[in-house]
Design a protein around this ligand. Structure first.
Ligand code: CDP
Length: 223
């Protein structure tokens, strides 16, 4: 599969609180690529459902609510922006209700199919660092630049606590890796990095090494 464009994609996957968001953002800045956190779109839908008191497993009701909502998103200043009925959901996306429900919402094939089309379309606009659970396995399986950022469950729990959010990581890991539709998984051709004892810069340095090994255009690495 090819998009027929010249744009490059770096896929970053991994479990919750593995450090992938900080790493992906930092990497995108160093490469001067756009940074897309695909999880924010799943979170926005979970937030929409919560706002309308729709249970996270009532997918028909969520899809119908989505139909009636103006859900706009795109790239602005090299980052993802999201507007729901004209409003940026902002910090609501990190609320406990969203942490509790997002994995259930994201396990629905209909929701995934809806976002898959949108996520793939981003490559028409810019070079991308995209992070999520299924970017290397399902959204852009053809990119040679795939990384899987992991960390021990203990370290991940500590990191999320330090961010001040209530988040049952074990529950989310379980739902994310056991769902039928594009589950979180380490694909064979991804370069796995355990970030448990590494700084963000050190993980990004490892990614640079991995990119070089995959013949990533050197001009981007020398910025
Ligand atoms: O930041 P954190 O790693 O906690 O999660 P996130 O990237 O914001 O993603 C939130 C949730 O969205 C995940 O737990 C998954 O259920 C879902 N997700 C997904 O299914 N596929 C993606 N590509 C990205 C997120």
């Amino acid at each position: 599969m090819s998009t027929g464009t010249e744009f490059l994609i770096v896929a970053i996957d991994g479990p919750a609180a593995s450090g992938k968001s900080s790493v992906a953002r930092n990497l995108a800045q160093r490469l001067d690529f756009a940074y897309i956190n695909s999880g924010a779109l799943y979170r926005a839908i979970a937030w929409l459902a919560a706002m309308h008191h729709i249970p996270p497993d009532d997918i028909a009701a969520i899809m119908s609510r989505l139909d009636q909502t103006s859900f706009e998103f795109g790239i602005r200043n090299k980052e993802l922006f999201i507007l729901m009925d004209g409003t940026n959901p902002g910090t609501h996306l990190r609320e406990h209700i969203v942490n509790r429900t997002v994995s259930i919402v994201a396990s629905a094939a209909e929701i995934r199919a809806f976002l898959l089309i949108q996520l793939r379309a981003f490559v028409r606009y810019d070079n991308l660092v995209m992070e999520g659970r299924d970017i290397g396995s399902s959204v852009f399986p053809y990119t040679p630049f795939k990384f899987y950022i992991d960390a021990s469950p203990h370290i991940r729990a500590q990191r999320r606590e330090a961010q001040g959010f209530q988040d049952d990581l074990r529950y989310r890991d379980l739902v994310d890796s056991s769902r039928q539709s594009s589950p979180l998984a380490l694909v064979e051709d991804a370069y796995r990095i355990d970030s448990s004892t590494l700084s963000i810069d050190a993980v990004v340095d490892r990614i640079f090494e991995g990119l070089k090994a995959q013949n990533f255009p050197l001009a981007y690495l020398q910025r």
